[in-house]
Design a protein around this ligand. Sequence first.
Ligand code: JFZ
Length: 439
Amino acid sequence: IVSPVLAQKMIGNETDAQKEKRMEWWKDDRFGMFIHWGLYSGAARHEWVKHNEKIDNAGYQKYFDQFNPDLFDPQKWAAQAKAAGMKYAVLTTKHHEGFCLFDSKYTDYKAPNTQAKRDLVREYVNAFRAQGLKIGFYYSLLDWHHPDYTIDEIHPQSPKDKSDASYAALNKNRDMAKYRQYMRDQITELLTKYGKIDILWLDFSFPRADGHGKGKDEWGSVELLKLIRKLQPGIIVDNRLNLEEYKDGADFETPEQVSTKELLKYRGKTWETCQTFSGSWGYYRDENTWKTHRQLLDLLITSTSNGGNLILNVGPTARGEFDYRATRALDSLSHWMHANSTAIYNCTYAPDTYKAPDSSKLTYNQTTKRLYVHLYNYPNTGKLILPGYNGKISYAQFLNDHSELLYKPSASNTEDLVLTLPAKKPDYEIPVIELTLTN
Ligand code: JFZ
């Protein structure tokens, strides 16, 4: 818990009003696509495979040698994201494995030196920008390949013996000051060579009392954030730089893989929950834990109904395609969003005066004064009670086809309204009713 006094420490001098303006599009857009793609996509068993299986650089080399994304078609990625109603994307330019999808002057460990022979980040930027999507970069602070990155608690070569002496022996030729410069140089490349970048997603901090973790001092977080703001004044930055003591040390919170129940706690904050289709972020061929369409919809609706964003992750294959399971999941979301996105974009949680009807969740557009009732269980009675809504609404319709829904005051409790619903549920997993509010 950060005390309010400490939280007043500032790195820059932006006012609250300026920040609100800068964040406006992001809050309105609500829904984005995360893309985790790298050499680990070839191993196809988790983006942490290098760490999980304690593979050294030599042992990992085969994934670099094999990398050949012959089906990579970023226009197709962008079209799939856009069809699903996603408004922005965030691509891993470098994940913990250290491999860079972009053409960096500061390393040979990059896509142009593989069979891909080109800057894949540039192609992503061009394709997504052309479709009107906002552009985000994920950049890993951790680096399990760089020779100057010190071996710590979270590293493939972390020692079994946790004594300071064994860490010191492993790190005698490693220099974090040089690694910090490497990060500044690469982030400068990313933020100067690709035009306007809308989001930077830095990942992640793990400060430890025993000194074998990493946080703001190891990353040089304050200096890094100043550099980022100087190069891209409009950019939106996540909260994983370990700058919690600064009021402007982050733009949004990042509740990761949390349940929809937990999202209720984030009301009133600025946040984006990041979620996977299947559990792993990188392509994991044999994973059998794919979320259902209903679970994905619930994440999207619950995020909006608690005033936050959802960034849903795709892990493309080593050939550069979204696999069929991801494609099917996106197709189902497209079907729902085509008809119901008005209940997501520019929406947030409803004022407390509106109680959610049975088995429903509410979203609310303050500008248009519309309330959206997401029907998790379609009533087989043909009736839906709107509790305490008498006098509060002037019109009701399904959102998907704008067909009128008739209502009248309840006979038993005149505060309530009773909506008449058709016997046949509209062809959406979770149909949405739009209520026009009288004020
Ligand atoms: C990180 C990565 O390690 C992971 O591979 C993926 O990229 C994800 C989006 O972010 O995972 C984290 C980072 C921070 C926390 C948990 C998982 N955390 O602070 O709880």
